[in-house]
Write a protein that binds this ligand. Structure first.
Ligand SMILES: NC(=O)c1ccc[n+]([C@@H]2O[C@H](COP(=O)([O-])OP(=O)(O)OC[C@H]3O[C@@H](n4cnc5c(N)ncnc54)[C@H](OP(=O)(O)O)[C@@H]3O)[C@@H](O)[C@H]2O)c1
Length: 236
């Protein structure tokens, strides 16, 4: 499979990449920080024993400018994408009263509009695959009825939007045979969690979530379409 992973430079995306480096898949790793990306790609290639991972350094924010560089760069490394994992995300935690409009916009830009634009840009690549799948990484924070936390209104709303978009796109791409599903993660120990909730210890490590995600990306998605599955072992 050819698997494109955004946010592959650290956290869950990096662990997913390492889990998928078994020699069976071609990995296209996307993030802004070239050095971190190259390190993860190097580790993937070492694990696989061959050049399975390529890096595509890109700021997903640029997709909002109708920038075509991403597609050009992608076309240089592959003709088709079997699985697109929209994993890159952004969290700003602060009370709504303190939020500036441009901060709200940047959260929605990275968590909602960039994944939508990337999916759009990847459509020709996905349509060349016989088993195309888009997997959106959402959050329990964006699931209706889940426990909510002060300071996460904008982040949670953006993940709620991603959840709804997942259901809609599954319907829209049905005739093109492209499955679209989402996973709503509970807390996972990463830089994002450390910055948002300093000192909080999650039940799940990034490696554990990377292992689960690797299974879903290669196998699990085949049983689903238009679903956003809660992946959390804490209650409520
Ligand atoms: N950790 C949790 O508890 C948790 C819970 C629920 C859901 N999630 C979701 O899981 C996903 C991964 O989170 P994480 O915890 O692994 O976060 P993380 O450690 O902060 O990693 C975020 C990744 O996204 C990339 N990224 C951010 N902005 C970008 C941009 N403008 N362009 C390109 N890449 C960008 C970062 O790379 P660069 O900085 O190098 O660009 C990094 O690789 C996110 O969607 C998050 O919302 C996480």
């Amino acid at each position: 499979m050819t698997i494109l992973i955004t946010g592959a430079s650290r956290g869950i995306g990096a662990e997913l990449s390492l889990q998928l480096a078994n020699g069976k898949h071609k990995l296209i790793l996307v993030a802004r920080s070239g050095e971190d990306l190259r390190k993860i790609a190097g580790e993937c290639n070492q694990i696989a024993g061959s050049e399975v991972a390529v890096t595509l350094r890109y700021d997903l924010k640029d997709l909002l400018l109708d920038d075509h560089t991403f597609v050009e760069k992608l076309g240089e490394v592959t003709d088709e994408v079997d699985v697109l994992v929209n994993n890159a995300g952004m969290l700003i935690r602060k009370p709504l009263a303190e939020f500036k409009t441009d901060e709200m916009r940047s959260v929605f830009d990275i968590n909602v509009i960039a994944p939508a634009q990337l999916t759009r840009r990847c459509l020709p690549f996905l349509m060349r695959s016989s088993e195309a799948s888009v997997i959106n990484i959402s959050s329990m924070a964006g699931m209706p009825g889940s426990r909510k936390f002060p300071g996460l209104s904008v982040y949670s709303a953006s993940k709620g939007a991603m959840t709804t978009m997942t259901e809609c796109l599954a319907e829209e791409f049905k005739d093109q045979n492209i499955r679209v599903n989402g996973l709503a993660f509970g807390a996972v120990q990463t830089k994002m969690l450390d910055e948002a909730f300093p000192g909080y210890v999650a039940n799940t490590s990034a490696i554990e979530m990377g292992q689960f995600l690797a299974w879903f990306v290669t196998e699990g998605w085949r049983r689903f379409n238009g679903k956003v599955l809660p992946v959390s072992d804490s209650t409520p």
